[in-house]
Design a protein around this ligand. Structure first.
Ligand SMILES: N[C@@H](CCC(=O)N[C@@H](CS)C(=O)NCC(=O)O)C(=O)O
Length: 240
């Protein structure tokens, strides 16, 4: 049994897709980052960086609980545990890992910053908005080019590299991506959305979001963008 302590953001969803693809027994433990639950001492034991997602594998290596943070590392762990979605062949395996790390190092951080400066920043800062929107558009082009050379993002097999990128890029329609200029990307999105595990993820993500929004009604929210307050909350929770 695997407990996923998370919120269905893109980083949470990539792990949900993998758990569904592998047919593992798992449960979602809701951690509301809007309510500041990432700063509880219990959650910080799983994820010292106060970020979702984290997992507890009740049957970890050598038996007993094993906890993990960082979505990319969790995907590699689950691939290792099940022997699925990370090819054995050395070249294909390292190709998949390159593209997984590309998502972790570029798509996640750049899309995250674009979202922040477009939608949440108190001031509209044209320099910051241009910087991250241009990066986002460039990264769609990198995927378009890659998917012109390769059937799937990582290699010629479906892998954790596809699962990692999909939840981040599935909102392409909202980001001004020109369908006609990205035919390879569109083929891939269609192939992803034909997969039952991906469809289940998208349904579950909506259900969990609704449940968590109801649970948050009437409760005080934190400002997750106040980095000074975040530093103080972490110090308080960890006795710093
Ligand atoms: N590199 C991390 C990023 C995780 C991350 O940024 N999680 C965000 C939600 S998507 C979070 O928990 N934010 C809460 C906070 O910053 O306090 C991963 O891929 O797991």
């Amino acid at each position: 049994m695997i407990e996923l302590h998370s919120t269905p953001t893109p980083n949470g969803q990539k792990v949900m897709i993998m758990l569904e693809e592998c047919g593992l027994e798992w449960t979602h433990v809701d951690v509301s980052i809007r309510l500041g639950q990432q700063f509880t001492p219990e959650f910080l034991k799983l994820s010292p960086n106060n970020k979702i997602p984290a997992i507890i594998d009740k049957d970890g290596p050598g038996g007993g609980d094993y906890t993990m943070m960082e979505s990319g590392a969790i995907l590699i762990y689950l691939a290792h545990k099940t022997g699925k979605f990370l090819p054995e062949d050395e070249r294909a395996r390292f190709d998949c890992l390159q593209w997984l790390i590309f998502q972790m190092g570029h798509i996640g951080p750049m899309f995250g910053q674009a979202h922040h400066f477009n939608n949440y920043a108190k001031e509209k800062i044209p320099y910051a908005m241009d910087r991250y929107n241009n990066e986002q558009a460039r990264l769609y082009q990198v995927l378009e080019n890659r998917l012109g050379d390769s059937k799937w993002i990582g290699c010629d097999e479906y892998s954790i590299a596809d699962m990692a990128s999909y939840p981040w890029v599935k909102g392409w329609e909202n980001y001004g991506v020109d369908e006609a200029a990205h035919p390879n990307f569109m083929r891939w999105i269609g192939a992803m959305e034909a997969r039952p595990a991906v469809q289940r993820n998208n349904e579950m993500a909506a259900e969990i979001r609704e449940r968590m929004a109801k649970d948050a009604e009437g409760k005080e929210e934190i400002n997750i963008f106040d980095t000074k307050a975040n530093k103080d909350m972490l110090a308080k929770a960890t006795g710093g």
